[in-house]
Structures are given as structure tokens and as C-alpha cells.
Design a protein around this ligand. Structure first.
Ligand code: HXC
Length: 510
């Protein structure tokens, strides 16, 4: 017995060393932590339960039969974050560059299956050279087994990917199938084909960072949802995000003790909207003054900044916030903003997270570049997402709600549960100037007449009352009371029941 215990201890020691000291030093030299160090930072102390520590590959080609390292380049298991369970897998770059073999993929599949069966989120930490080149088709098949499980788990349990090193070829598609991707600046990158292949095929000279670094994917491609300066910060923020998320689509949102007051009055909000309707203001001020303790986890904050999306809490329970941002492009909806918000709305709806929508939108962005880029289809994504969502939907119109964008932004007509407007709201087909130019195009005379007509239009339509008189707005509220109104509505809507007609799945305009 004593011998076998000693052997277990020795085997564990060797497995925990991964590729060994030389490779660990190299990993640190690149500014990265090892898989096990990352797990330690992510999980609560002593909560990690490792699975499959001794698994080895069975590759027989290119001398691999003599090169076996227990664990085979991925550390898998489960643990807790602030007491709540998660499954995880972390690629170990010190072992064959974290590359994926058949055995390696089976380890990932095992935790994926357990997470789905047990209704627990799964986190993937990626740092890998892609398919194990010595294994060929077994590695390709292994990736597809991961993708299949990602797809089946989508909408059932939250899936999050941390890209913390190279991530190429097969490794990029699994993250893309998950709910959120976070990257680390300067040490991580994602691309389907690397700079070498790009040079051969297109003759473009590009560095890995320029092709698929964190900046590219958080500002241009929108593949990633956030970027952090180093592994430690990324994992601390991941813990924060996990606290907001339900364990699965069956559990409802988590509830945390809140030290904030539900009826907190924010007088400063009464003057948030400037007198001049063309002046911007920062919608983030309303977001942070509305949610508990100003704590807001923003998603995709560097992409399509004309719309803000993210998680907050009200009375300790998670809400998803979608808000137009008048500081950027006057808060207009364009293709990027529509896609960004649509995906977020769908995430919330999958996981029973109520949605609070804050509206100040002058419409959809006109122009050839938008129309050629498929604005109709992208705008329709957001429309579709809101229209199909059955979670509690609360809308507050702070200022402009013009045209199709009024309809789209969780209007009453799309089954909004409570639709509020501030006294400064302007709900109309378009702004007064544009309206006058069209209605009176053939008859209008001098500047004085234009001004008179414009002010007539403003008086008639640019207020919340026309909509309130028709019941499209449930109530015109004082800005200072927004938190209380939203909180009380959310409390009332806790047992909301609303089902869509049965279907195999919908056909959102992709
Ligand atoms: C086997 C690999 C490997 C791989 C890296 N290694 N990638 N072993 N299969 N895919 C090994 C290296 O041989 C090396 O081992 C060790 O990992 C560390 O790699 P380095 O090259 O020294 O590290 P670095 O300089 O940091 O470069 C990292 C890298 C590079 C950029 C990821 O290793 C690389 O380009 N690897 C190949 C990437 C690739 O083309 N993968 C296939 C993608 S195709 P030693 O023992 O020498 O230290 C794919 C298809 C799937 O994934 C499609 C499914 C849909």
C-alpha cells in the first residue's frame, strides 16, 4: 500500500510539471502563466477537482510513441467560483504546444458532457498550436467532437472561452461557438490561418498581432468580447462575470445580497438630458446609477460603442442592459451595433436574464456603406431577437425614439412588459427638421416658415404624450425615480410566463 501511495504521489508530481521546468520557464518568459497557475487564479482556493490527470495519447507516428506526457496537454476538471460550480479545461502549452490529439480532445469532451448533464457552466482556457500535427485526421475529428458539444450546449449552459496564447486553425472555431471570448493583450491571438499562410496565399505581410491580436478582435472583427492586459487581470474579471451568470437555462439568475437601496433617488438624472436635443450626454451615467452599487460588467465595450450592452444587478438579481449611447454617432443603430445588441439580447433570453433597454436612438444609420453592408439584415437580427425574447423586458425612453429604431428597441409592440418614458422623450417617425423637409417639400417657402413648421412638428410629436395617450408608453416617469420604477417592475415580473409557438428552431436572419 505504501508503495502505491508513493507511486501516486510521484505520478501526480510528474503530471503537474507538464512539459517540465524548461517549458514552464519559457511560458513565463512569454509573459504567460501555466495552465495550472491559471486554474489556481480562477477557482476558489482548494476547490479544484482534477479529472484525467494520467491520460496519455496513443500516437504512433513521427516518434510520438516514445514521447508521452501525462495529461497530454490539457488540464480538465471542476471547481468553484465564489462557491458556485464550473467545469473547465485549460490547454497546457508546455506539453506539445498545447496541441490537440485524440486523447486530448476526449478529455475535453468528457468535461463538456459532464457540464451539460449537470447544468453547470464550462470555461475553456486556450493556449495552443492547434491540431497535433503528428496525429492527422484523429486531431481533426477530435476538434469536430468538441464543436458538436459546444453547439448542443449552446443556450443550455453558459460557455466562456479565455484565449491566453496562440489560437489557430481548429482552436478558433470552438471559441466562436461559445457565448463569450476574452483575450489577453500582446500574448494571445486568434486566426484561421497564420501570417505564413496569408503571405503565401494573398502576398500580404502581416504580423500575428495585426492579423488576430486582442485589439483586432475587440475593435474590428468583434470576434472577442473583451481584452485584458495580462492573465491575472483576465481571470479576475472572468470571476466577476461568472458571478452574474446563471448556472444553466433551468436555474434562473443568481441572487446576491445587495447593499444598495431599491428606492434610491438619483436627482442628478433629472438634468442628464441636455436642453438641446442635438447635444450628447453619457448614457453610461444612467446605467451605473440604475444598477446596484454602480457595478456593471460591459460586453464588447470597444466595438460599436453607439450601443452599450452588459450585465448589472437590481435588488441583487442579474439584469442585461442594452442602451443606446448618444456620445457615439448620436446613438444611431448601424449594422455593427445591431449585431452586437442582438447577440446579447439572445444570450439573456436563453438564460432567463431580464432585459432593461434604455433608449435614445435617432434611427438607423443611412448611407450606401450601411445598405451595401446589409443593414436591413443586421437590423432585422436585433428586431428578431427582441421580438422572440420572452424574458421580462423593461424599456425606458430617455430622449429620441425615432422611426424603425423605436419599434426595434423593445417597444410595447414587441411585447415590452413595462415601457417607460422620461418627460424629455421624443417618440416620432423622425426628427422635426427632416419631417418638415419631407412633408412640406413642395410648398415650403422662407426660413421663417420652415422654423414655424418645425416648431409645430416638435410641439405635436416630439414628446412622450402622444405615445402615452395610446398606451404605447405605460407611464411617463421622473428620471430620478428610474431605478425604483425598474426594480419594482422586475420584482412584479419574476413569475412572468410567456411561450412562443412550438418550432424546431427559428430562422433568425443570420
Ligand atoms: C504538435 C506542436 C504544435 C502542433 C506547436 N507544437 N504546435 N506540436 N502539433 N500543432 C510544439 C512545437 O513543436 C514545440 O515543440 C512546442 O510545441 C512549442 O512550440 P514553439 O513553436 O517552440 O512555440 P512558439 O515559438 O511560441 O510558436 C507557437 C506557434 C507555433 C505559433 C503555435 O508552434 C506554430 O506555428 N505551431 C503550428 C501551428 C499550426 O499550424 N497548427 C495546425 C493548425 S491546423 P518542441 O518539442 O520543439 O519544443 C488545425 C486544423 C484543425 O488546427 C481544423 C479543424 C477545423
Amino acid at each position: 500500500m505504501r508503495d502505491i501511495v508513493a507511486e501516486l504521489a510521484e505520478r501526480r508530481r510528474i503530471a503537474r510539471l507538464g512539459g517540465g521546468e524548461k517549458y514552464i520557464d519559457a511560458q513565463h518568459g512569454r509573459g504567460k502563466l501555466t495552465a495550472r497557475e491559471r486554474i489556481d487564479l480562477l477557482l476558489d482556493p482548494d476547490s479544484f477537482e482534477e479529472i484525467d490527470m494520467f491520460v496519455e495519447h496513443d500516437g504512433q507516428e513521427f516518434g510520438m510513441q516514445d514521447k508521452k506526457i501525462p495529461g497530454d496537454g490539457v488540464v480538465t476538471g471542476w471547481g468553484t467560483v465564489n462557491g458556485r460550480p464550473i467545469y473547465l479545461y485549460a490547454k497546457d502549452f508546455t506539453v506539445f504546444g498545447g496541441s490537440l490529439s485524440k486523447a486530448h480532445s476526449k478529455k475535453i469532451n468528457k468535461v463538456q458532457d459532464m457540464a451539460l448533464r449537470n447544468g453547470v457552466p464550462i470555461i475553456g482556457i486556450l493556449d495552443s498550436g492547434g491540431a497535433r500535427i503528428q496525429e492527422g485526421v484523429d486531431a481533426l475529428g477530435g476538434y469536430a467532437e468538441v464543436f458538436q458539444r459546444n453547439t448542443l450546449a449552446s443556450g443550455v449552459i453558459p460557455q466562456i472561452t479565455m484565449v491566453m496564447g496562440p489560437c489557430a486553425g481548429g482552436d478558433v472555431y470552438s471559441p466562436a461557438l461559445t457565448d463569450f471570448i476574452f483575450m489577453v493583450r500582446n500574448t494571445s491571438y486568434m486566426f484561421v490561418t497564420g501570417p505564413g499562410v496569408v503571405k503565401t496565399v494573398t502576398n500580404e505581410e502581416v504580423t500575428a498581432e495585426e492579423l488576430g491580436g486582442a485589439k483586432v478582435h475587440t475593435t474590428k472583427s468583434s470576434v472577442a468580447d473583451g481584452a485584458y492586459d495580462n492573465d491575472v487581470e483576465a481571470l479576475a474579471e472572468l470571476r466577476r462575470l461568472i458571478d452574474f451568470l446563471p448556472l444553466s437555462n433551468q436555474t434562473g439568475v443568481p441572487e446576491q445580497p445587495s447593499h444598495d437601496v431599491r428606492d434610491r433617488v438619483e436627482e442628478s438624472l433629472d438634468t442628464l438630458v441636455p436642453d438641446n436635443p442635438n447635444m450628447p450626454y453619457n448614457m453610461m451615467e444612467l446605467v451605473t446609477k440604475m444598477v446596484d452599487e454602480g457595478d456593471f460588467f460591459e460586453i464588447q465595450k470597444d466595438f460599436a460603442k453607439n450601443v452599450i450592452v452588459g450585465f448589472g444587478r437590481i435588488e441583487g438579481r442579474t439584469v442585461g442592459v442594452v442602451a443606446n449611447q448618444p456620445m457615439v454617432l448620436a446613438g444611431v443603430l448601424d449594422s455593427d451595433a445591431s449585431r452586437k445588441a442582438a447577440r446579447f439580447v439572445r444570450f439573456c433570453d436563453c438564460f432567463d436574464i431580464p432585459i432593461v433597454t434604455l433608449v435614445d436612438v435617432p434611427g438607423f444609420l443611412p448611407g450606401t456603406s450601411q445598405e451595401y453592408g446589409g443593414l436591413i439584415k443586421h437590423g432585422a437580427k436585433l428586431l428578431f431577437a427582441y421580438a422572440e425574447a420572452t424574458v421580462p423586458k423593461i424599456t425606458v425612453i430617455t430622449r429620441k425614439a425615432y422611426g424603425g429604431a423605436y419599434d426595434v428597441m423593445a417597444s410595447k409592440h414587441l411585447r415590452g412588459d413595462m415601457n417607460y418614458a422620461w418627460p424629455t422623450a421624443e417618440i416620432a417617425v423622425m426628427g422635426a427638421k427632416g419631417a418638415v423637409e419631407i412633408i412640406f417639400r413642395s410648398s415650403i417657402g422662407n426660413d421663417e416658415e420652415i422654423a414655424a413648421r418645425t416648431s409645430e412638428y416638435e410641439d405635436k410629436f416630439l414628446n412622450p404624450f402622444v405615445a402615452a395617450e395610446r398606451g404605447y408608453i405605460d407611464e411617463v416617469i421622473m428620471p430620478r425615480n428610474t431605478r425604483r420604477r425598474v426594480a419594482r417592475s422586475l420584482a412584479l415580473l419574476r413569475n412572468k410566463k410567456l411561450d412562443n409557438p412550438w418550432k424546431k428552431h427559428d430562422n433568425i436572419p443570420l
